[in-house]
Design a protein around this ligand. Structure first.
Ligand code: HMG
Ligand code: MG
Length: 312
């Protein structure tokens, strides 16, 4: 059923937004960002109505120095009830650090491309799944939910084209490990809408639509169109990054995720619900760009103008 022609049928539909700006966004910042600014960002995002916030990453500090202070960030946030503060964990060491910091849930990140897996986490796909098996087993024992990611789902900076079947295979493996949701990553933002539908349709043979999420970077300006293509297939969970911050340090040239403001504006305009206050979001967007001294990548934030006040 097409959303464009049957919007009345989806007008009560809720779309779950996973805010990844404090992790995927900031991990790529070259200049040091203080823990106070990171925590301030997370708190402002929660105050704007985001219920799922990736707050940090317990990876090797040698690989991603910007995320070395994730424990301090977790210690500095003011937790709001109902908000899930999550963290990336590539291995058991990262999982233990995330637990010590008080992460509500964790995410493991696999790739659909062998070459990217090697560059990003220094091991092949098979070995990464073995590491995640240990993480998932430990998480299950402690009652912690695990999210999965599949990177390079629409293309790889090293390998080029990535078969949809390879993406679906990674989804199958992550679901088998007990991930409650798998986020399909267009890490370098090269996908286009029909391709997105082809890849997601193949993944839907391995997981239900409500077990998939879309994580689209906007390098080629396709992300909103790609999200619409995925919404048409019933995938109603979207990862997005405030002000379009970010990129992947191991995928050169990749820009940030689609901006949260642009996604929320589109969804609200379609009559879909997010529970997010767009004005507070835009205020937060301008605030973080000011703190980082960088230009805002959100068209909506630019169109709505500068903040009148800061919220938190
Ligand atoms: P490695 O060097 O192969 O790890 O890195 P190792 O097990 O051989 O250990 C080497 C050293 O690292 C040891 O320290 C370990 O203790 C330490 P040493 O004895 O030399 O002093 N170490 C750790 N320290 C802290 N926390 C840890 C940890 N693990 C080992 N968790 C590893 C393997 C996976 C750790 C490394 O490759 C890594 O951290 N990679 C992460 C890269 C990354 O964060 N990339 C960006 C996130 S993914 C992304 O952005 C894509 C996504 O957004 C979706 C999309 O867009 O598609 C999710
Ligand atoms: Mg990403």
């Amino acid at each position: 059923m097409s959303l464009l022609t049957h919007t009345a049928n989806v007008s009560q539909q809720h779309v779950s937004i996973v805010e990844v700006g404090a992790r995927d966004g900031l991990q790529n910042e070259a200049a040091h960002v203080s823990s106070a600014i990171k925590a301030g960002l997370v708190d402002r995002l929660a105050a704007a109505g985001l219920l799922r916030i990736e707050t940090g990453s317990f990876v090797s500090p040698r690989w991603v120095p910007q995320m070395a202070d994730s424990a301090e960030v977790f210690a500095s946030i003011t937790r709001l009830p109902g908000v899930r503060y999550s963290a990336l964990t590539p291995n058991l060491q990262g999982f233990e650090r995330a637990m010590a910091a008080g992460a509500d849930e964790v995410a493991v990140f696999a790739a659909a491309s062998e070459a990217f897996s090697q560059k990003n986490i220094n091991c092949g796909i098979r070995e990464s799944i073995q590491r995640f098996t240990d993480v998932c087993a430990e998480a299950r024992a402690r009652g912690i939910a695990v999210r999965g990611y599949v990177s390079c789902a629409m293309g790889c900076p090293y390998q080029g084209a990535v078969p949809a079947e390879d993406v679906a295979m990674a989804v199958r493996e992550l679901m088998a490990l007990g991930c409650y949701e798998v986020s399909i990553g267009d890490t370098i933002g090269v996908g286009t809408p029909v391709q997105v539908q082809r890849v997601l349709s193949t993944c839907l043979q391995e997981a239900r639509a409500d077990q998939l999420a879309m994580h689209f970077h906007d390098t080629y300006g396709q992300a909103l169109a790609n999200l619409l293509a995925g919404l048409e297939l019933g995938v109603f969970t979207i990862d997005a990054s405030i002000a379009g911050l970010g990129g992947c340090p191991y995928a050169q040239g990749a820009s940030g995720n689609v901006s949260t403001e642009d996604v929320v504006y589109m969804l609200h305009g379609m009559g879909l619900h997010t529970g997010i206050d767009l004005e507070r979001l835009v205020d937060t967007s301008h605030w973080i760009c000011h703190e980082l001294n960088r230009s805002n990548q959100s068209r909506v934030a630019l169109a709505m103008g500068s903040p009148s006040k800061c919220n938190v």
